[in-house]
Design a protein around this ligand. Sequence first.
Ligand SMILES: [Fe+2]
Length: 578
Amino acid sequence: MNKKRLYIGLNDNYHDPSITILNDEGGVLYSESIERIIQYKRGLGCPSDPDVLINYVIEDWAQYNGEEVVIATAWKKLRYTRSKLGAFIGLLNYDNDSWFYKLFKRMGANQTFYHSSGRFVAAISQSGYGINDYLKFNFPEAIVHRKFYDHHLAHMVNGIHSTNEKNGVGLVIDAAERWVSVYNIENGYPGKALKINTKFSMGSIYFLLTSIIGYSYLKGEEWKVMGLSAYGSHNELFDKKLRELFGYENGNFKSSSAAIGQLVEPIKNFITSNNISHEDVAFTGQALFEEYLLVLVGKAKKLVPNKTNIIISGGSALNSLAIGRLAEKKWFKNVIVPNACGDDGNSLGAALIAFREFNPKAKFPSDGLNRNPYSGGEINSDELQKFVENSQLPFKKFDNIAKVGAELLYANKIIGWIQGRSEFGSRALGNRSILANPCYKENKERINAVVKFREGFRPFAPSILHEFGDIYLQDYSITPYMEKALTFREEVMESIPAVVHKDGTGRLQSVMKEMNSLYYELISEFNNLSGIPIVVNTSYNVMGKPIANDINDVISLFFNSEIDALIIGDYLLERESF
Ligand SMILES: [Fe+2]
């Protein structure tokens, strides 16, 4: 019998399902969000191990041959019971004319709660069955273990794994719990979780802001609120209202007793009747979020003193503006946020916890300052070659594709740049990207007009060669995953107007040779031509769709847009050539 073991982590939440496979030594073989494969935004309600996908994942990425398998999930079993109860009550509450509905409404329950409970139950009830089915039919002798772990712990372990820093304060902030968890990280291990009772989840602040502005939290449109905040200013009345709902006084948090979903309509009415603009809602809400993040970090510092690093994970750490403000405070030498810090990353977190459980003395393999985020799927060279031949499109092959790409950018072309394995996490980091020249202000509008079709107020991110970070940004610190928005230096803003947001910030990506050598080469070649070590980097997708995954998604987007050129691997396809 083959004694080797695979660790398969699943994020089987109803949003952002994902799958991770670790090898016998704990090395990451594969991490991917399901939304990419099925091309359905956030994979809402979809299993984390879909039947038609799972054999491809296990066979292609793990070369599976009957090894022992550990399937790990980042929810404890108790969570299942709680959600089943919520879903059951929701089922009885379809008829909103019934006495039952009215009773539960008075008790504070609401549609958002029923919805999330019902979807959650569906997601976790089908978790692991795709893998199980595959194994039972193909490898009936294989030994399978099933593990259930703490949600916040999975976030934290994912965060620790993303960096070579082995000591620090750990902080997990998300929407799942009404507390944040603080960990003392020593030698790469998190200690027992300490809780700060916030009485509301930090994620619920953003849920409310997103909903009252009219965006969808289900589609993950919190980004839009963050972008909009730069256009607003402080509104005293709205600030007071928010503090009634999410309060902090005399060192303690306090919360309104109403369930968050019930607050949406009243607060919507409140902002309308008081003529408070959406921009001011976004600014005031973001400011409160940043204030509370600093309060939480201050409390965490007291609970775990004398640390030079802080590792923050959980969905709220996607607030790159707040993380940037924290980094600029210089309370810590390093402010670390992993790629895939939201629930998608918990497939990796759960798999890592399982690995540690079976190998208590093992260290995680690490080979650089930060984890390589390119652990998703790829368009392999055979597949690409075949497509190029069969499609009869005028592709041209180059042996210096980085230089070709740089020349196109210098000529102010907008290009699709598809290389290697896809990024794990919500941000495109130079392998599934649309790139443009940052020196022309109008490029923001151009990208929106030709492909993104998104709101004009949303910023575009800069990818910058790491060694130029200090020259372009105030209080620069390494930001490999676009996890921080930092402030540009006044004197450089005019030279790169397409990537400077209204508030002077940029949600940057520090590009390092050791993490993505081809992308580094592309930006270096662009720098040789233009004197600017920065490109505009936005994800290769259209608004409302996930980032393109396979060759068909990539080509389809190209032909449904007006991008000037598409580069896949070593091949170039120029629009003007046909
Ligand atoms: Fe979470």
